[in-house]
Design a protein around this ligand. Sequence first.
Ligand code: ATP
Length: 295
Amino acid sequence: MNTATPVVQIENLSYSYGTAEALDNFTLSVPPGKCYGLFGRNGAGKTTTMKCLLNLLQPQKGQVRVFGLDPAKAEVAVKRRLAYVPDQVAFYPWMTVRETLDYLASFRDQWNADTERELLGRFHLDVSKKAGALSKGQRTQLGLIAAICPEPDLLVLDEPTSGLDPIVRREFIETVIGAYQEGNPGRTILVSTHLIAEFEGLIDAFTIVDRGRAIVALDADQARERYKKIRARFAAPPPDFDLSDALRVRREGREIEVVVDGASASMMQRFRERNPEDLSAEALTLEEIFVATLQ
Ligand code: ATP
């Protein structure tokens, strides 16, 4: 159990845009040093959550704490220690990449020039190019560099891979997260996405949000332990038996595949009693857990 003070703690947060309810009693706790995923479909409430952390929106109900502080009362103290990359990154179009980075560095207590050089090289970003002439993906790259160089304690990324070339997306995000956490395991990342496969292996823990509510919050390892896909093949089409506790059941000829949330041993036993030719169980990927949970 992690007893350290959470970097982000949200309790019973509700927020509506007029009559449109975006968050409904939402709860989230992000421990230090983790890469934490906030997973949800379009419109689930991810961006609204992040805006409440940054005091861009004020909670209408509930409580938000970042580093144990209320972002509405201690905005500067909170923002000093975090960097945010929104889903739509915007810069002054007349500034070059070099001028943009210098400008943003001027607001920060520290700036890692080595990391800046390394990432600029890796992304082949031309520092003399005007920000207004960058593609959407290049703007995201610049936003990520600007977020990492100040070495903040918390990095908040809203859909960081949207708009990026699918071929480079995964490697790109691994590079960014690697550069950020390198040599400092205390640094925390909160990343929102619905492209979960790209973060498989990087995510330590996650919350799935659906229609403004947190419906599952788990460590990634716990989740893989809990959610299993069980496959059985029988000599002849199997008789019907009770599978009502499975999250999903797929029957195809002599095969049955089920997805379970916990109690996989008792499900395996039920299959064994029916003498399958072949029986196997494997952990769901985080993306499969996301799909199974929201179905
Ligand atoms: P996406 O993955 O599509 O970016 P999201 O999970 O970030 O979605 P939010 O942007 O937080 O979702 O939106 C949550 C809900 O609030 C949605 O139903 C959305 O339509 C609504 N909403 C968001 N911003 C506004 C706004 N400015 N005015 C009215 N409704 C809004």
